[in-house]
Structure formats: C-alpha cells, structure tokens
Design a protein around this ligand. Sequence first.
Ligand code: EPU
Length: 419
Amino acid sequence: MDKIVINGGKPLKGEIKISGSKNATLPLMAAALLAEGKSTIRGVPDLRDIKTMANMLRIIGATVTIEDGNMTIDTTGCNYFKAPYELVKTMRASIYVLGPLVARFGEAEVSLPGGCAWGPRPVDFHIQGIKKLGAEVELESGYIIARSKKLKGNIVNFDIPSVGATCNILMAATLADGKTVIQNSAIEPEVTALAEFLVKMGAKIKGIGTSELEIIGVDELFPVDAEVVSDRIEAGTFLVAGAITGGEITLHNCEIHHIESVINKLEETGCKFKISGKSVTLFAPEKVKSVNVKTAVYPGFPTDMQAQWIALMSVAEGSCTVTDTIYKDRFTHVSELSRLGANIKLDGNIAFVKGRENINGASVMSTDLRASACLIIAGLKAKGRTDVLRVYHIDRGYEKIEEKLKALGADIWREEGGL
Ligand code: EPU
C-alpha cells in the first residue's frame, strides 16, 4: 500500500489550480442516467471515487469514457438496474443511482451501504423519499428493491437537510407525474450544481439554491454537455495547508463564495486574503491564533473541513473547541494527531484543542478521506519526517495532492510500502 512521506517545516509558496468537485461530479454522473444518449461532463477530477461511479454506471450498461477530465456517459445500452454490494460498500454515493433508475426504468436494486469508519450514516431519508413518490420498496438480503411504473409527485419533507437524499429525490422527481416539493432540502453548492444540470437536461425546477425545491415532472430529459463546479473542500484544504505552514499561496479556479465560511474563520486566525475573480491568495502569519469552529450545513463551516481545522488548531496560539454537529463520531484523526504530539481531548462531538509550539513527525494511519488530508497538513508543519500510511483514502478525493503540494514547495513524496 502506498504512503505519503513529508519532511515538515517548509512554508508553502506559489500557485495551483483547484480541480473539479468530487461531490458535485458524482450526482451529475447518476443524473446522466435520466436521459437516453450521450452526456458530457467536463472538468472531472481524476479520483478513485469517480472511477468507482464510472464502474457503477458500466455495470448498469452505460458506456463511460474519461479523457483529459472530459467524461462521456452513453446510456443507450442501460439494461441492468442493480448496484451491487461490492461497489456500494466502497463508496456510499453509489446510492445516487436509486432515484434515476426507478424514475426512468421503473426499478432499482441498490445495496445498503453498511457501516462507515466514523459511525452510522443511515440512508433512511432516501428510502422514505422514494416511497413518498409512490415507489414500492422492500429491503431484502441487504438490498433496497424499489419499483414503480411511474413515480408520482408529492411533498417530501426531510427532518434534517441531507445532501444525498435531496439529490436522489430531486433526480427522481424530474420524471415523476406532476409536482414534487422537497421541503428542508440541502442547499450545498453540489445540490445547486445538480439542479442546474437537470434544468439543462430539460427538467422544470424552481427554488434552486433555497431549502424548498419545486419540481414539475416532465416526460423526457435529454443528454447535455456541462462543466463541473470547482471543489470547495479541496480549496479549503489547501488554504489550511498554507495557513499551518505560515505560507503565501494562490489558488485558481475557486468559487470564492463557496468557501467563505473557511476564509472567514482563517481571517479570525490572523490570515489575510486577496481575492480576484476566481483566484484567492492567502497570506498566513507565522503562527495562527486559536479559533472555535462548529460545523453546520451550508453556508456554515463544512464537516468535510473539520479534521483539517483540528490539525491547524493543534499548533495555534491558545485553546479552542471544534464541534461537529453533522457527524458526531467523525474524529478518528484525533488519536493519530496525538501521535504527532497534538494536545486534543475529545468529549462527544467536541474536540478541545490546546495549541502547541510545534508537533513532531511520526508514522500515522489514514482512516478516511478527510482524516488523511488532516494528517498530511499536520505533517507539513511537524518537525522531521511524517509517514502517512494507507493513503488510498486520499486518492478517493484529492487529485494529485502530493504533486500540488510539491508545486507549492513542500518536501513531500509518495512511496510504495507500509501497512
Ligand atoms: N442522514 C440521515 N439519513 C439519511 C441521510 C442522511 O439521518 O438518509 C443524516 C446523516 O447521518 C448526517 C446528515 O443527515 O447526520 C447529513 O448527511 P448528508 O446526507 O447530507 O450526507 P451525504 O449526502 O451522505 C455528503 C458528502 C459528504 C459530506 C456530507 C455533509 C457526497 C458524496 N458526500 O454526504 O462528503 O460530509 O454530504 O456535507 O457528497 C467527503 O467528501 O469526505 C464526505 C464525506
């Protein structure tokens, strides 16, 4: 298994381009199933999760090609409506095929995703939502089996806003009979990007970007050619990497308003910013100040940046709390950061972080995607050598992270071997 090795202590300097968003690309790929023919998605990042979703679509019978970030999905041959456990267990977002398959082909068999490294991540909203649209749903041998000759519009109200369930039900509703209203829908940029993609395909959707989406079903959708939005979590991760090293970096291809919550928090730590169009330059102080963070749904501080923030706070001046209100168990990185000498105490979903003068390199283990990013960030600051093991997690969601960090002057490389 590959590992990433870092000799810490170098301030990052220079400029890089942010890639297309993983979490925006995945639902667009599923949405392509809603139309017969060939859709093109441009600016697709080269990531393991994207390849997993491409394989998922191939199992269904689509022809998927990816060349230089341009993906084509031809759905003409789709004839097998099952998402098998072997794929779904490696990537929960495979559940995105549920809505489109039932809506267009009248049936879907999608494996329940099972556990997650950081606690329960149920899919009950997806199931309740598709039932509300009239599908008959059975749970059998670990699979969600959903059938409907023709979905019917309805009011779907989520207890809490869910990105995945909103996307799934939104896709399903585009081909349902009549009007669907999704109340308390998620308003993350990935949901908005999907809604805009669907409108391009011919869907009728009102309220895009708000917490109430109104969809009038149409008989047919059409293939499209569209560009994927840039990855706000990749951008946030690089800003935090720049901040922890006391660096000065410019990121191009950013949707600045998507990362406002991260920029605002970094400003509180003492970082300064210059923004010009889709580019942002960060000027970090030698040492950042401690700043409390509480994750929240968009436009709040993203849970996908919580681990990286804890890494930054572990070398900040002072003490702070980092609270995750979205995923209360998402803290597997804390014990690994402690191996680097970080002073963090966990109480439920609150991490109490006491900033240290510095942390020291060691071997640490990635446990999931954002935890890996957090450990790499910590390694960039730590004294001496840090080996981040099991980096296959990072390849799920960060395109060429070590190459981009190297371009910013980090002493970082990938090695074969390790646990
Ligand atoms: N929830 C339920 N039931 C459901 C669905 C969600 O109770 O059926 C709860 C979850 O347990 C959680 C909350 O609702 O407490 C929000 O979860 P959401 O459904 O919004 O998450 P998701 O769609 O499964 C996406 C991202 C995650 C990101 C979350 C929150 C993708 C593929 N995944 O997950 O990204 O953390 O939204 O913003 O878009 C990552 O990229 O590392 C990642 C985990």
